[in-house]
Design a protein around this ligand. Structure first.
Ligand code: BES
Ligand code: MN
Ligand code: ZN
Length: 503
């Protein structure tokens, strides 16, 4: 889909110009319980009061997320005009804008229109600018068009005829809106990569496949990829990471992908993504029901690779490094057993009381490896605990950090993009639950506060830098009829990096 921007002013003459713009589908926002204004008013005049009459009958009520498509109306220049309800103006919010955009995207895609003139960014969103509205619109449109068809034997017809979207903005906003559309597309491309990797089955998306994806990104976007295989991982003494890989026939891969957009001496931001390409639980095997969804256990890895793609496409002036420990977690004759004690790269020993708590075992060695980059901050992203779904559901990503400043930055990036996180504690009091009679620590802390003790475990490997942990167990994919990866938290991470570049 092709996005472009055109300036139309909000004066009466400008709105009249918009009302006569040539497009297969004009997309117009209308507020609830309000007299027709702006573009809607201009269209009403051109159609001799049609809209006023419809509004009076309650057919055009402006309810948030409602849509009304009118075809070939006398006096209008377009084959279709789509009216999108924005809700009550005094209650309008960024969330409301996104809801309206999603509804509008669905309606435009369902029509046969090949192009659309999208005027929603003209509605002032409280606490947001036009550039935000443009980027949010791009994301809504691209999200609605995404489909995963790679594994179907026959090519499926596209779900839309829509090829071109033109955004109408005020002349003063033209420049910022162009940048925002480009950023929106970069984020959408990153999210599409993240969704594809997540949706691919475990027999295709193996640790080697993730490594090849990183190599391909490096070629396409001038990144540097360093991929370490089993021998090199062993040489680094990553005994904890390797203990998870033991049961699998697939060789583990340790992926390092570097984007150098900033000055050489500028400390990098390091993103660490959990890359368990299938989590059977290992010897502590999971129950069978829904186990297929454990192909999504590499969504942390997929999101940091998607974020790297977005950052590279945007050309941010920052240094960013992605680290992905990638492996399967499988049972087998060589697999790690409950009670085994392993030695992490940091030298700390771990009693593996449950082989299904494997995410932390691979992340801890990646977090130790990250020290060598003297990072400005390290953020790990992981489908780490079922307990996080119990705590926060599928709405918020769990955020853990001992640094209030870093936590606040990430929370703000989540609010900006609507890809939200909620902070949970990482306090010393919980560390007690990780006591082991036989090693420096156990890899599980019991049922109470399972997500917190997982974060506490990770915190023991992050003393040398500022660190935050995102538990995306509830937000990385959807189950049920709409089963599929969401692309989260690519918007949050990318916005965090955009904000870092600007500070
Ligand atoms: N990948 C899972 C966490 C998970 C489960 C994410 C379901 C999303 C949906 C992780 O490796 C795991 O198995 N965690 C265990 C930890 C427990 C053994 C302490 C869990 O959450 O049950
Ligand atoms: Mn597990
Ligand atoms: Zn897992």
């Amino acid at each position: 889909m092709d996005f472009s921007i055109k300036a139309f002013d909000s004066t009466k003459a400008g709105q009249a110009g918009l009302a006569h713009a040539k497009t297969e589908c004009l997309v117009v926002g209308v507020f609830e319980q309000q007299p027709l204004a702006g573009l809607a008013k201009a269209l009403d005049v051109a159609s001799k009061g049609l809209l006023a009459r419809m509004a009076k009958r309650g057919e055009l009520d402006g309810k948030l997320g409602s849509t009304l498509m009118l075809h070939e109306v006398a006096g209008w220049s377009q084959a279709r005009v789509l009216f999108v309800g924005l809700g009550r103006e005094d209650q309008f919010s960024p969330k409301g804008f996104n809801e309206a955009s999603r509804a509008a995207a669905r309606a435009v895609l369902a029509s046969r229109a090949t192009d659309a003139l999208w005027t929603l960014p003209q509605a002032a969103v409280p606490k947001r600018d036009t550039a935000w509205a443009v980027s949010a619109s791009v994301l809504a449109l691209r999200d609605a068009t995404y489909r995963f068809t790679q594994m179907k034997s026959k090519a499926e017809p596209a779900n839309t005829a829509l090829r071109k979207v033109l955004f109408a903005v005020a002349p003063d906003d033209l420049k910022a809106a162009k940048v925002a559309a480009r950023h929106g597309e970069a984020i959408a491309n990153g999210m599409a990569l993240t969704k594809d990797l997540g949706n691919l089955p475990g027999n295709v998306c193996t640790p080697t496949y993730l490594a090849d994806t990183a190599r391909k990104l490096a070629r396409e976007f001038k990144l540097k990829a360093d991929i370490l295989g089993p021998k090199q991982i062993e040489a680094l003494k990553m005994g904890s990471f390797l203990s998870v890989a033991r049961g699998s026939v697939q060789p583990p891969q340790f992926i390092v992908l570097k984007y150098e957009g900033g000055a050489a001496k500028q400390a990098p931001i390091v993103l660490v993504g959990k890359g368990v390409t299938f989590d059977s639980g290992g010897i502590s095997i999971k129950p069978g029901e829904g186990m297929d969804e454990m192909k999504y256990d590499m969504c942390g890895a997929a999101s940091v690779l998607g974020t790297m793609r977005a950052v590279a496409e945007m050309g941010l002036k920052l240094n960013v490094i992605a680290i992905v420990p990638a492996t399967e977690n499988m049972p087998g004759g060589r697999a790690t057993k409950p009670g085994d004690v392993v030695t992490s790269m940091s030298g700390q020993t771990i009693e593996v009381l449950n082989t299904d708590a494997e995410g932390r075992l691979i992340l801890c060695d990646a977090l130790t490896y990250a020290e060598r980059f003297k990072p400005a901050a390290v953020i790990d992203v992981a489908t780490l605990t079922g307990a996080c779904i119990i705590a926060l559901g599928h709405v918020n990503t769990g955020l853990f950090s001992k640094s209030d400043a870093l936590a606040d930055e990430l929370l703000a990036a989540g609010r900006t993009t609507g890809d939200t996180a909620w902070r949970l504690p990482v306090e010393e009091e919980y560390q007690e639950q990780l006591k082991s009679n036989f090693a420096d620590m156990a890899n599980i802390g019991g049922r109470p506060a399972g997500s917190v003790t997982a974060a506490c475990f990770l915190s023991r490997f992050t003393e040398k830098y500022e660190w935050a942990h995102l538990d995306i167990a509830g937000t990385a994919w959807k189950s049920g009829a709409a089963k599929g990866a969401t692309g989260r938290p690519v918007p949050l991470l990318t916005q965090f990096l955009i904000d870092r570049e600007a500070r």
